[in-house]
Design a protein around this ligand. Structure first.
Ligand code: MN
Length: 152
């Protein structure tokens, strides 16, 4: 009988996909159904020291907001299952998640969109294409610079 069961993997030898988030890293929930946009956002935010979780579905976002208590939510307004506005409205109607700032992000900016987003409880509104430096500053306004942030 082997002393060490071989089926137990030594995780220390597994390659790390990314640097693990710092224990004090702020957590951001990215809600974005476009895979490329999601990946870009994840990479940028992780590179700036944030702990990122992401989903393309509004229903999942609502669930995860309660479960993982992100410090901030980036909410795409055009989602396949329910709109980002509806998701935000539900988050803000729930005492457990009401306090989490939501930044609405939209690709199809139209007159009145910002007002509508704010009326639905979004705390801020950003139209794509995102200007990265401004976007990071806005995030920092809400939750502060990530502790391991490095200059872009
Ligand atoms: Mn979308």
């Amino acid at each position: 009988m082997a002393l060490w069961p071989t089926e137990i993997k030594d995780t220390r030898t597994m390659p790390a996909a990314t640097e693990p988030p710092r224990i004090d890293a702020k957590r951001i929930l990215v809600v974005e159904d476009n895979e490329l946009n999601m990946k870009l956002l994840n990479d940028v935010l992780e590179a700036h020291g944030y702990d990122v979780i992401s989903t393309g579905r509004g229903e999942v976002a609502i669930e995860w907001a309660e479960q993982y208590r992100p410090d901030l939510i980036l909410m795409d307004l055009q989602l396949p299952d329910l709109s980002g506005l509806e998701a935000t409205q539900r988050l803000k109607a729930n005492g457990e998640t009401r306090g989490i700032p939501v930044i609405a992000v939209t690709a199809f900016a139209m007159a009145g969109d910002e007002r509508r987003a704010l009326d639905h409880g979004c705390d801020a509104y950003v139209a794509k294409p995102i200007v990265l430096r401004e976007f990071l500053n806005l995030i920092a306004d809400f939750i502060g610079e990530a502790p391991s942030a490095r200059p872009a």
